[in-house]
Design a protein around this ligand. Structure first.
Ligand code: BES
Ligand code: ZN
Length: 464
């Protein structure tokens, strides 16, 4: 139940400062949201750089020693500041997802604004929730702390990435090369959500991800489908048959060895989730659906948090423009991703997928593959005493107990902190299910932003 411990005397003025400075905090976020830092599209590389520079300047204004750090891809931002107490590292990502389909946005994705809606005030714009709004909750908590106390609350390292939405290709080498500088007592990550949009939540398990792009080639050029159709092989037909074979009739993925390493849900986690009373009807109902469509043997919560998946994220080939064209295409392509759990090995799943496609090719067809990101599932230990402190800080702010939850999405770095730097990571975030992350009209509730900042201030007051 919500903790009713007396408020430490260093906290009340910080919370008051957060409340009174909210309008200027919102303006700073809107500034950052105007930078179209789409990491997956090379055309936006200079915008990613601009976002990194904006953050460095913001961190310098908070008293940090901060720099844009080049990588093979988009730069990292690393900042150090503060003295004494525990050494905390904060991670967030400044890159955002592409905006298409653009015509479904009610306003320009990079022309952000505060909008009044039936459910309250929201910050509208790409990245408002994932992850610029969330990462700014932490920086704004530091700003308020500094305004009140004149210093940062403790020794801090801020580590911001610009490639999270593209699978974090530069992350492991960067962490290895800068291990001494990035080491801290605990990593804090703000890139997840509230449970059922209401309860504060700490994520203890995330799925991994492996992405593949496949192109099937048949004839050496596009053909007239009347002249050749029936005689010539159609690569779209081949591709769709192959993709349809990825699942059996019970929803299980058919790739050989796919379930190696999946394992059973640990009892402790199963008990935590049992207590959550997940309303899958409401969760699906909000997006116009009603029937769980995963493995028939799994519960709805398991389907999104602890079971692996195979999904086609995009498919193209032939003529898709206006009107009609009777073409028998030379090529057909798809982007396919696999959410991974337990000890599933992304490289092994990639090989199993490629072997399956190659074995299913008919005569005269060939397949080309292009690898996208790969990261294993993440499992967070909650043994560090900061977890109990965080749970009571969150309960005090939100008036509801803080839940230990899973996350169906992937944040590659979450597990890397342990693997490469030997430190625990705590995932706390304030996004709501209807934030439309990765979709048109992404938003972040002003409530998430405001109470998110207050949550970090409360958490810091307990930790320092
Ligand atoms: N913030 C999300 C992860 C997330 C998703 C948290 C849903 C809570 C609910 C993160 O930025 C993200 O979208 N990650 C990508 C990673 C991928 C491109 C490697 C994802 O999960 O698709
Ligand atoms: Zn994110």
């Amino acid at each position: 139940m919500p903790d009713t411990a007396p408020m430490p005397p260093n906290l009340a003025p910080v919370l008051a400062q957060i409340d009174s400075a909210l309008p200027s905090a919102l303006n700073r976020l809107l500034d950052l949201l105007r930078i179209p830092s789409i990491s997956t599209d090379p055309a936006y590389a200079s915008e990613c750089h601009k976002a990194a520079e904006w953050l460095v300047n913001d961190l310098i204004s908070l008293g940090f020693d901060a720099a844009v750090r080049p990588t093979q891809g988009h730069p990292m931002v690393v900042a150090t500041g503060g003295n004494g107490g525990p050494h905390l590292l904060f991670y967030g990502h400044y890159d955002v997802q592409p905006v298409d389909p653009l015509d479904l946005w009610h306003r320009g994705p990079f022309d952000p604004a505060i909008e009044e809606t039936a459910k309250g005030r929201v910050i509208r714009g790409r990245g408002s929730s994932d992850d610029k709004g969330q990462l700014m909750t932490f920086l704004e908590a530091l700003r308020a702390w500094r305004a009140v106390h004149g210093t940062l609350p403790c020794r801090l390292t801020i580590f911001l990435e610009g490639e999270e939405e593209s699978g974090s290709p530069s992350l492991i080498p960067f962490m290895q090369e800068n291990a001494a500088e990035l080491g801290a007592d605990l990593a804090l990550i703000c890139d997840t959500g509230l449970f059922q949009s209401r309860s504060p939540a700490i994520v203890t398990m995330l799925r991994g991800l492996m992405g593949e792009e496949v192109t099937i080639t048949g004839p050496n050029k596009d053909l007239h489908s009347g002249m050749y159709g029936g005689l010539a092989i159609n690569p779209i037909r081949v591709l769709t048959r192959i993709l349809a074979g990825l699942h059996d009739e019970t929803g299980r993925v058919t790739l050989k060895g796919f379930y190696d390493g999946v394992g059973d849900l640990p009892e402790e986690i199963a008990a935590q989730w049992q207590a959550l009373a997940f309303d899958h009807g409401a969760f699906l109902g909000d997006v116009g659906l009603s029937v769980p469509a995963g493995e028939q043997s799994a519960t709805p919560l398991q389907m999104i948090w602890s079971r692996p998946t195979a999904e086609v994220n995009g498919i193209w080939g032939g003529y898709t423009g206006d009107g009609f064209k009777t073409v028998l295409p030379s090529k057909a392509s798809a982007k396919v991703s696999f959410r991974l759990v337990g000890q599933q090995d992304p490289a092994a799943v990639r090989e199993a997928f490629r072997a399956y496609v190659r074995a299913a090719l008919p005569a005269d067809c060939s397949a080309e593959f292009h690898a996208h990101g790969a990261s294993p599932a993440g499992h967070m230990s909650v043994a560090h005493p900061a977890f109990e402190a965080a749970r009571s800080a969150l309960a005090e702010e939100w008036g509801l107990p803080a839940a230990y939850v899973g996350c169906g999405g992937s944040i590659p770095i979450a597990g890397y902190f342990k693997t490469y730097l030997g430190m625990d990571a705590m995932l706390v975030g304030f996004a709501k299910d209807d934030d439309a992350i990765h979709s048109p009209n992404e938003k972040y509730d002003v409530e998430s932003f405001h109470k998110g900042i207050r949550s970090w201030a409360r958490l810091l007051a307990k930790l320092v």
